[in-house]
Design a protein around this ligand. Structure first.
Ligand code: HEM
Length: 406
């Protein structure tokens, strides 16, 4: 059974990663995701395994209309449900966007909608492609003993976009992996505050900083492998949702589930728990508008990961502890974590500028007489007005720098 939200821990108890289905080694990544479902679900897997081809050859919708309505009862265990969610989500995105941004499908047929909503309910996830599908559940090592490198990783389900799509997913997998030591250290840091152990806190903060710096270095691999034009013109479309998206203003009808259309945001790494965990641990407070979006993204995370963020929030304040304990070395180490997070967010803004803002300008210049009717370039797949949002989040991170009490 999927880990539903654990009960809130008492405010002064230590956190245990296992309780939230987070691993010391893999962080928020699902450990050893499955590649196959039981034979009963072969019709889903046959479509999912050739998804890029079916979309590119405009045949996917016809295949979906012929899909039998399958019973979800034969899905056993959390990992089967996670793979089923990934598979049904990927088919859904392909089905909706097969004919491009200007001709989305507005009704999801019952053979897809009914099982997708049921699996989603079981997992506590929304019925749309989320970061937990595309990244956390969508990786496998070619050689299990081999290194954590793009060349030794493979996706399980793919979309159009070839090598760039593959690398976009797998670099993000590597980012999640790079975060794992930081997430482990952050829990040790919470414990150290509870135990008033300055040495342990110092070590934990140093490890958190190293992990954040490793994430930034890993993110840089996007530039090596992902072509901005392919990201902007191909990949982005299949991550787009049906909330705050002018291309689908009223949402999507899930046939056999509800008569009214439902609205869900598209897949975005803003649904990763990693940066939100660092923010909670470091006590970084974002402005009201940003918090609204970031907290809404928690509804797109596995419930146990969302619970982890909430419990981190109610842990004793690290900032208060550092200011009142008078431990100068911890204050310096804390500030180095914040600075590393600012650098990561600045780097991420550069990535967004290249993959969305510049790529959009280039696309416009190629088709000056056909501007997109929806000017999507200033909106992310999660639906935000990109740059102002990201700059505000970075600015609030800068403001968290602590100054020693006089
Ligand atoms: C080509 C690569 C990437 C692009 C184009 C990109 C784009 C965006 C955009 C447009 C947003 C605004 C929210 C939205 O509307 O979706 C966003 C937010 C965010 N992205 Fe990325 N992103 C990329 C890679 C990543 C990776 C690998 C991570 C790491 C997990 C990441 C983590 C985040 C986070 C945490 C936010 C929320 C804002 C924050 O906390 O700073 N992104 N991204």
């Amino acid at each position: 059974m999927e880990p539903q939200r654990p009960s809130l821990k008492p405010a002064a108890a230590s956190l245990s990663l296992g309780q939230y289905h987070i691993s010391e080694e893999y962080g928020f990544l699902l450990q050893n995701p499955l590649k196959e479902l039981p034979d009963h679900y072969r019709p889903w897997m046959e479509i999912a395994n050739k998804l890029p081809h079916l979309i590119e050859s405009h045949q996917l919708q016809a295949h979906v209309y012929k899909m039998p309505l399958l019973d979800c009862r034969f899905l056993k265990g959390h990992r089967e449900r996670r793979l089923a969610h990934l598979v049904l989500a990927a088919i859904t995105m392909g089905f909706v966007w097969q004919e491009g941004e200007t001709q989305p499908q507005k009704v999801l047929p019952r053979s897809l909608a009914i099982p997708f909503v049921e699996v989603s309910r079981n997992l506590g996830l929304p019925p749309i492609l989320v970061h937990s599908d595309l990244v956390l559940t969508n990786w496998t090592k070619r050689n299990p003993e081999g290194p954590w490198e793009i060349s030794n990783l493979e996706t399980i389900v793919s979309f159009p976009g070839g090598e760039s799509l593959r690398a976009f997913i797998l670099v993000t997998v590597l980012v999640e992996k790079a975060a794992a030591p930081g997430i482990k250290a952050l829990v040790q840091g919470v414990d150290a505050v509870l135990q008033h152990s300055q040495d342990t806190l110092l070590q934990a903060l140093q490890q958190v900083r190293l992990s954040i710096q490793d994430i930034t270095r890993t993110l840089a691999q996007m530039h090596d492998y992902v072509d901005p034009d392919i990201f902007y013109t191909v990949i982005r479309l299949f991550l787009s949702g049906w909330k705050d998206n002018p291309a689908m203003p009223v949402g999507l009808v899930y046939e056999g589930v509800a008569t009214e259309p439902l609205r869900y945001s598209g897949g975005s790494a803003a649904q990763s728990s990693v940066l939100q965990a660092f923010d909670e641990f470091l006590g970084i407070q974002h402005c009201k508008g940003s918090v609204g979006f970031l907290h809404r993204m928690r509804d797109y995370m596995p419930p146990s990961h969302k619970a982890f963020l909430e419990d981190l929030h109610s842990a004793p304040s690290l900032r208060d502890h550092i200011l009142t304990s008078g431990a100068g070395s911890c204050l310096i180490a804390y500030n180095q974590c914040v600075e590393a997070l600012v650098e990561l967010r600045s780097y991420h803004i550069n990535v967004v500028a290249r993959y969305i803002i510049s790529a959009a300008a280039k696309a416009r210049s190629r088709m000056p007489s056909h501007p997109s009717p929806h000017a999507p370039e200033d909106r992310g797949t999660g639906g935000t007005a990109v740059l102002s949002f990201l700059k505000s989040v970075r600015e609030k991170t800068v403001e968290a720098i602590l100054h020693p009490c006089a």
